[in-house]
Design a protein around this ligand. Structure first.
Ligand code: NI
Length: 204
């Protein structure tokens, strides 16, 4: 997608989270050492139960990740730029976290289940990090988890002669979820891995 569309999606995502959370996103950039974000005005309704197919073909639910923090990002394996960039950064964050990485599961959720089979997801996530989990599923499962996480996704056909070569516009916020499965903090695009790791360490 072009940068204008990407900006619109980012702003739409932030607006959605803002509306869901009642102002917490803009509420504070806290004193030194404090968290970048706080949920003092109520935890936003981001996330929730899901059932998806993992990259090894096994059906999993959100409950399978209780006890660890999910670092969750939505995209698709054919994504030309944003997804590979963000997933590379997540992989770097996992390495920066060191021993704390055991507390974190990086999860890449497909918004393109038509092409992202479990096998395709397995090939893709393994190229970024050994710990990375790929989740896909039926269109209904994908729609459901995307709705729960307030993730915008839309198929875009740029060449009508080759409709199979479509792209997907999608939100590119990374969510940090807690060991209880509840939303903790967003990690906004353009964060660098050191910042991301520092933010995560405040919560895990
Ligand atoms: Ni992408």
């Amino acid at each position: 997608m072009n940068s204008r569309n990407r900006l619109i999606i980012i702003l739409t995502t932030i607006a959605g989270i803002f509306l869901a959370g009642g102002g917490w996103l803009l509420s504070e950039r806290q004193q030194e050492g404090g968290p970048l974000y706080s949920s003092s005005s109520g935890t936003p309704q981001v996330g929730g139960p899901f059932e998806m197919v993992r990259h090894d073909g096994v059906t999993v639910t959100d409950a399978d990740y209780r006890g660890r923090n999910m670092l969750i990002f939505f995209g698709f394996t054919f994504c030309p730029d944003v997804c590979p960039t963000e997933l590379s950064k997540i992989a770097e964050v996992m390495d920066i976290l060191g021993d704390d990485a055991q507390k974190v599961v990086p999860i890449f959720v497909s918004v393109d289940p038509g092409r992202d089979t479990p096998e395709a997801m397995a090939d893709y996530v393994s190229a970024f990090h050994d710990d990375m989990v790929g989740l896909t599923g039926s269109q209904e499962q994908v729609n459901s988890i995307a709705k729960a996480f307030k993730v915008y996704h839309k198929k875009v056909i740029t060449d009508p002669d080759n409709p199979q070569d479509y792209g997907m516009d999608h939100s590119s916020v990374i969510y940090l979820m807690g060991p209880d499965g509840k939303f903790v903090a967003p990690i906004l695009p353009n964060s660098i891995p050191d910042q991301m790791a520092a933010l995560i360490k405040q919560y895990i």
